[in-house]
Design a protein around this ligand. Structure first.
Ligand SMILES: C[S@@+](CC[C@H](N)C(=O)[O-])C[C@H]1O[C@@H](n2cnc3c(N)ncnc32)[C@H](O)[C@@H]1O
Length: 233
């Protein structure tokens, strides 16, 4: 059964966002020809969108299970930083009711994808039109979300219940980029969830830091944490 619909161009973005979905042959091609040729040429033609759709959906369901035990997603104002193409947001929307998503992303694909810590935060792999059509084509109502280009738009200002950023904030680029913004749009109850390799660092920033998941063996070696209450707010 096909669980989600993916256009080829969207599937291409997904394998840039989620490198673990590349099959071994494509991984070899990427090694042989380099990341630039891979992301600009091979990834356009040598992928199977249907298979990526299934794998991506399963992966996002798995990610959802790492957070849903600790967080109630019903009737919440959710800020999503670096959602990628939005599979997790789609699943949360399906499995909960009356939540609204403000999604903050970048609107370009870097020429040379490096994967890793990006000091200047210039690495991005998204297209905000494709993000919107992915959500709409897969059944999310237009009145459930708003998308913001983090380089161009004024970011939403409201008190969020949940801030969500998987393998984006602090995993690829510094948490400090959003620190002051988060202080403005959160209160004592806001749950901030993200992946990091330095969980202890956040004990100096938040009163509460809980580890949700520890990933030591895969490409994503890191910890997923949920934090709340800024110490100096
Ligand atoms: C590795 S992908 C993860 C995507 C998604 N969260 C997931 O788990 O599949 C990282 C995402 O962060 C986005 N990104 C990079 N810098 C960003 C920034 N400053 N603000 C918001 N998103 C950013 C990239 O465009 C990319 O889609």
């Amino acid at each position: 059964m096909k669980k989600i619909f993916l256009e080829r161009e969207t599937a291409r973005l997904i394998i840039l966002q989620r490198i673990e979905l590349l099959n071994p042959i494509l991984k070899k091609i990427r090694k042989l020809f380099g990341r630039y040729l891979f992301s600009s040429f091979f990834s356009k033609y040598f992928i199977n969108p249907r298979s990526i759709a299934n794998q991506y959906y399963n992966l996002m369901e798995k990610e959802f299970k790492t957070i849903n035990k600790n967080i109630d997603f019903n009737n919440k104002k959710i800020l999503s930083i670096g959602s990628g193409i939005g599979g997790l947001e789609l699943i949360i929307n399906k499995k909960s009711s009356s939540s609204f998503f403000d999604i903050v992303e970048k609107n370009y694909v870097s020429k040379k994808i490096k994967y890793g810590w990006d000091k200047n935060n210039q690495e991005a792999y998204n297209n905000l039109q494709l993000l919107e059509s992915f959500l709409l084509n897969n059944g999310m109502e237009k009145n459930c979300f708003e998308i913001y280009d983090c380089d161009e738009d004024v970011l939403p200002e409201k008190k969020f219940d949940i801030i969500l950023s998987l393998f984006s904030l602090d995993y690829h680029y510094d948490f400090n980029i959003y620190l002051n913004y988060f202080k403005k749009v959160s209160d004592e109850k806001t749950m901030i969830i993200f992946d990091t390799i330095r969980p202890d660092h956040f004990k100096n920033i938040f009163k509460n830091v809980v580890i949700l998941k520890s990933d030591q063996d895969t490409v994503h070696r890191s910890k997923r944490i949920v934090c709340n209450k800024f110490i100096d707010n």
